[in-house]
Structure formats: C-alpha cells, structure tokens
Design a protein around this ligand. Sequence first.
Ligand code: MSP
Length: 490
Amino acid sequence: MDKKIFITTPIYYVNDVPHMGHAYTTVAADVLARYYKAQDKEVFFLTGTDEHGAKIAEAADKSGKKPKEFVDSLVPRFEKTWENLNIKYNGFIRTTDPKHEEVVKELVSKLKDKGFVEKRKYEGLYCVGCEKYLGEDELVDGKCPDHGKEPIKQSEENYFFLLSKFEDKLKSAIKNNEIEITPESRKNEVLGKIDQGLEDVSISRAAVEWGISFPDDPKQTIYVWIDALINYYSAGKMFNEEKIWPPDIHLMAKDILWFHAVIWPAVLMALDMPLPKKVFAHGFFTIGGKKMSKTLGNVLDPNKMVEKFGADVVRYALLREFPFGEDGDISEKKIADRYNSDLAGGIGNLLNRTLNMIKKYDFESDIKDYFSKKDWKSINLSQYKLLEGEMGLKKELDENVDNLNFMNALVDIWLHLVKTTNGMIDNEKPWELIKNGKQDEAKKVLMYSIGNLVLFSDLIAPFMPETAKKMEDQLKTLEPEPLFPRIEDK
Ligand code: MSP
C-alpha cells in the first residue's frame, strides 16, 4: 500500500489557553489535509498536546493539582477548540500517553547505545517560557525577547546529545533539499546558523521531575523538547499507522524551527531513520506588532471569534489576511471586515442574487436540467472564458496549496470566480435582458454564474467546509438563503 501523506502541527503546551496563534497552524494543517483528501489521497493529520516539563509542573503546582490530574483537565480545551474550528485531525497525541513514553525511552536508549549521548556538566541561562537555554546573544536587555522575562542561571549535570557531529550531514541534507526548509529565507537562516557551529545539546534535566525518566538514570528526566519531538514518530505506533513515516510536512511558526530543522533531523540521522521531507515555518500572529502569546497577555480567543462569525469565517480570515510565511496583525475588526467585504458582500451576494433571479424569471427547471447533465461546454458566452479556464484555475490552486500559499489561493478563487462573475452579471444585466424579451440570453448569464458557483463551492471546500456544503445544498435545490447574514442579524 502507498504511503499516507503525513501532516503535523506542533504539539501545543497543554497549559496554554488555545489562542489564534495555535489556531493558525492547526487550520492551515487542516486545509492541507482536506485538500489532499479531496484528491483521494490518503492522509494522516496529527496534532496534540505537550504535557511534560518545568513550565507545566509549575503551573500544576500553582493550581494545587497533581501534574497528571492538571494536564488531564486541560486537554479538552484544545479538543473543543479544534472541534469548534471544524478541524478534522486523524490523531490527537498526548505526551503523557504510556505508549508515547515507551517509544521515547526506546529511542533515547538507542541514541545512547549508538554512542551519541554523553554525560556532562552544564551551566547556562534557562528560559522556562521557551523551555530552553538561551545564548547571551539571543537576549534583548537581558530578557528573553519572546517572553519578556530574564532567564534563570541554571547549572546541572546532564546527558548531552552530540549534535555537533551532525553539522556536515545536516548542512548537505538541507542544502540539497533532502529536508526541504521553507520559505527559502528561513532555510538560509538555518544554514547560516549551522555555519556558526553546532553545540551539543542537553537532553535531560536533573531539576525537573515531571517528565519521562531517563533510561538507566532515574534521577534525570528526558528534556521536554526531545520528548515532544518524538511524538511525530510515536504517533505511528500509537495509532497503528505503519504507512505514515517519514512526515511529509511539519508545520509550525518560526519560533520552533530550529528544533524541527536541526535538532530533530539530527536525532533521526543518529538513529538511521528516514528524515521529514518538508519543514515549513510560518510567521507570527501579532497584535499591534507584538507576537500573540499567553505570556504577553495579548491573545485573541478563536472560540469567541467562532461564536461570533462562524468557523469558516475565522478559517478564511486567518489564511486570507497575510502571506503564510510572514508576520501579520489580526484582530476582531479585521475578521469583521473580511466578513462584510469578501464573504457577505462577495460570494454571499453572488449566490443570493443568482438564485433569486433564477426563481424570479422561472428558470428553475432549465437549470435543474443543466445540473443533471453538468454540461459546462454547452454554455457559450464568448467574452467570459472562465469555465473553459477551469483547468487553469485548478492547476494554479494546486500549486498554491502545495506551496502553502494559502492567501494567493484564496485571492485567486475570489478574483476568478466571485469578482468576475459578479462583474459579468453587472455588465450583462439579466433584468434588462428579460425586459427586452431576451429570455435565453438572461438564462445563459445565470447558468454561467451557476457554473462558477458550483466550481467555487468545490474549490473552497477544504478552506470553508460548511460554506461549501451550504452552497451545494442551495445550488441543488435552487432555494436561496443568505450564506453570510449581516452580523447584527445573528
Ligand atoms: N510544545 C512546543 C512544541 C513542540 S512540537 C514537537 C511549543 N508549543 S507552543 O504551545 O508554544 O506552540 C508553539 C506553536 O504554536 C508555534 O510554533 C505555532 O505553530 C503556534 N503559535 C503560537 N503562537 C503563535 C503566534 N502568535 N503566531 C503564529 N503561530 C503561533 O512550542
């Protein structure tokens, strides 16, 4: 059997309240998964929660709960958010799952057996927010730039993974796209940083109890990041999915690219395992230019936005607002603007006016007939070549989605289908054609519009599954109902 396309999001720290930043990566992964599924490809889409480490232990302590009890109580918050956003993952992994813990221990033991682990003393500046040691050069005014806090000096005897041994291998794997790091600018950043030299990384913690115990040394736990990265592999074991390895795409924001583009592949190289094919780092959602994060307290709750606008609108606004690789601001106002312009005023209006005219001019039976034949070519409005251009649009869309150019994909669909069709109706004025007794001409215009709406609902389905379904129903029954009613009316 063929390999399944394996798509991952990061596993999110379970004590974080899911916010728009998390939703961003997860929605993108869902769109990608749905897109490939619609092409009849087999897909495994994995997400989950990261549940060990100092940060979570601290939070559990504060809430007066035992860590396991604490993390158990938090998982539903993520599951519920993904349900609200209509995310259809194939597996949700938790790092406290015993099967995952077993696989992590197994792989770390293998790393040891193969001679890539050494015990050493270490001293450094640790940011609990990042769960990693930071170099002096990474600090801004002595503070972690992402968390705005001073890291703490920490010194301990740890096990180290000999990352430095993989410098050359990593460089060539990245350079020749064996691991494809995208966008290109990020790839160059990673290569530049590798060129400065790779230091071995500590993969155990003596000070952290809440973690998977280190093989043959119960005084230490496995560093939460190593534990977390291995989720991508343990998932196959957990969900009995033998055909998913290696991952086709790891999706994440740029904050954790280094772990995915360097540390993770090096671990896999050390274990002689096939490498992930693609690592894509998108930008940050910002609010007033600052990264959206719990620590900065400037988060936007996707659940509230879904309640207000509906899942599809949030999905659309997230991916439409700015290019996927870049940083960009998001706000309730921006979502509302998209709602009013592109959705209610754009596609909603097109569908509504088309169906209303069909009803008014009594074209229902002809159009139903047309549907049963699906005979696109029989419509011939020479100045509007769009239906014949269907293949071109699909090809462009495939390319955009393959390259994670979600914004371009959406802009294209709107431009070619919504804007052109609305413009065509404005030009042809079916209401005047009817007045002048040109029934057939008017019918052609509306059929053309219907054709484009059918195509639209098909192409938009991975992005806006509910909208696609609603459109399909209305197009089949020819019963108009506002797709995106005015927000005040909701
Ligand atoms: N637990 C680690 C990941 C382990 S993966 C083996 C972690 N978790 S996290 O909860 O902090 O999630 C980080 C990820 O959340 C980012 O890489 C990104 O996918 C998403 N985002 C969190 N905040 C974000 C923004 N403000 N903007 C865009 N994405 C953001 O790191």
